[in-house]
Design a binder for this molecule. Structure first.
Ligand SMILES: O=C(O)CCC(=O)C(=O)O
Length: 347
């Protein structure tokens, strides 16, 4: 069987132990010929919905991949507090009804997130959320829906099996369409995505269309999104996101926790993809023609979560101290997981 160039690259990274990152674009380690500097034409402004600064700079360094016009990268522009806040959003606020997760088909899940339930179960004396003892008992286990799963799952065992959660318009993985009706998209997360969409509008200004993003970010709204949860062995196969009715708006994607190798190819699997190492806090935006490109994650890189996220005492000296009295639980999760949170405009 003939293997496509994309498949070959996926195999190379899945097999490589230790991984060979020599040809990968890694903006944290060196300048790379595969990318070109671009100037953001608009400020990256912290939205009014958050009470602390999300970004370290208004005009952070930004790049476009030379071989993939429209594939824009902003290496971690976030404050440490913002990354902790994002982790909390992705673990506690978003993966709960009416948003769906991969576990919904098999288990009757309670209204709290599995992360909160797992923490409560371990730490009865100081619950992360204020719930009555009766609530905690009830949500101690989650009931199987199907005879295939005969045992109830404990929150912590199910948390390890939580792979994705859908936001806003709920994506139906069977029909590969968005279901009618929608859950509200987290307002603060949407404000953040809008701020990014505005900042990446026509980088270098109108005289340089070669960056590949002509979209006016003021028109952006997060209508659908996915949060992907990767453990150290998890991968995402190459695919194109093309369910959205209109593809002219950027797909904005954020990484938290472990680094990974991300492959970006062309409109068929025959194009050899460019490997990019994505780190915690990096913003990647698929704009213009790159929006139709095959992409995937063949490898998560162990032991790469920054200390301020993986250290149990992180946050004690800053704003996060009040918000995250139970930070060590987040730290434990983030030390060996990557979270990707992405947003799309569909209409
Ligand atoms: O995890 C990533 O960075 C990519 C996620 C992705 O491609 C998707 O959700 O469609």
């Amino acid at each position: 069987m003939i293997q496509t160039a994309f498949r070959q690259a996926e195999k190379k990274y899945k097999r490589g132990q230790p991984p060979d990152l020599n040809n990968a674009v890694d903006l944290a380690t060196s300048a790379n010929e595969a990318v070109r500097d671009i100037q953001l034409a608009y400020d990256l402004e912290s939205p009014a919905t958050t009470t602390f600064p999300l970004f370290r700079q208004r005009r952070p360094p930004a790049y476009v991949l030379r071989d993939h016009p429209g594939l824009l990268l902003i290496p971690n522009p976030f404050t440490d507090e913002a990354q902790r806040w994002l982790a909390r959003k992705c673990l506690c606020d978003c993966p709960r009804p009416p948003n769906r997760t991969n576990l919904d088909a098999f288990f009757s899940l309670p209204s709290e997130s599995l992360f909160e339930l797992a923490v409560d179960a371990e730490n009865r004396s100081q619950p992360i959320v204020n719930r009555s003892q009766a609530d905690i008992q009830r949500s101690d286990v989650t009931l199987p829906k199907d005879k295939f799963y005969t045992q109830p799952g404990s929150p912590s065992s199910l948390l390890e099996r939580q792979r994705w959660c859908t936001l806003g318009l709920q994506y139906n993985w069977t029909t590969k369409e968005y279901d009618r009706g929608s859950s509200p998209f987290d307002h603060e997360l949407d404000s953040l995505m809008r701020a990014i969409a505005i900042a990446i509008t026509r980088p270098n200004g109108t005289s340089d269309p070669s960056t590949g993003n002509e979209y006016n970010g003021n028109s952006f709204a997060s209508e659908a999104g996915i949060i992907n949860y990767y453990d150290e062995r998890a991968t995402m196969a190459g695919h194109v996101d093309k369910t959205e009715e209109k593809m002219d708006a950027p797909l904005i994607s954020l990484s938290i926790g472990l680094s990974c190798v991300y492959l970006i190819g062309g409109t068929t699997r025959d194009t050899e993809p460019t490997p990019i190492v994505l780190h915690s806090g990096d913003i990647l935006a698929m704009c213009g023609e790159s929006r139709m490109a095959y992409h995937g994650v063949p490898l998560v890189l162990a032991d790469t979560t920054p200390k301020f996220l993986s250290c149990p005492n992180a946050g004690v000296d800053d704003y996060a101290a009040a918000m995250y009295p139970e930070w060590h639980y987040f730290a434990e999760y983030l030390a060996n997981h990557r979270i990707n949170c992405n947003a799309r405009k569909c209409s």
